[in-house]
Design a protein. Structure first.
Length: 138
């Protein structure tokens, strides 16, 4: 609940955004947004993550061992979209030039066009990005 303390340890590196919010996955299977100055919990989202989130343009991106990549509204924690890859997503996403890149344990790298339209009018991300078919390096 907003304002309650986070009582579990973080997973991997937290991300600090320009708006003074820390985004981090926890060992209690949640992603948290915390006020960097006060430590107050702003929101949480229940999902298991094993990598650091990426934050860009008001969106928090992260992968999960449920084979998905997620895009959450950085202010509210509301899910903007998610998409399924071929296996666990244990890498940290990278965002550049309107594209989110993430590798999956299926040995492919995926590219997700983030566009400028978010919310209910956003096209299905599946239609915006083909699997790049790049093999992950060993």
């Amino acid at each position: 609940m907003a304002g309650d303390p986070v009582r579990h340890g973080p997973r991997f590196e937290p991300r600090l955004s320009h708006n003074g919010v820390i985004y981090v996955g926890s060992d209690d299977d949640n992603v948290y947004a915390l006020n960097a100055s006060t430590g107050v919990l702003l929101w949480s989202y229940p999902v298991f993550v094993v990598s650091s989130p990426a934050v860009a343009n008001g969106v928090v991106y992260f992968g999960s061992p449920d084979d998905k990549i997620y895009a959450l509204n950085a202010s509210t924690g509301a899910v903007l979209w998610s998409d399924t890859t071929g296996n666990d997503v244990t890498s940290s996403p990278a965002v550049a030039n309107g594209v989110v890149y993430v590798s999956s344990d299926d040995t492919n790298v995926y590219a997700f066009s983030v566009g400028v339209v978010l919310g209910p009018n956003r096209p299905n991300p599946t239609s915006l990005h083909p699997n790049l078919g790049l093999k992950a390096s060993a």
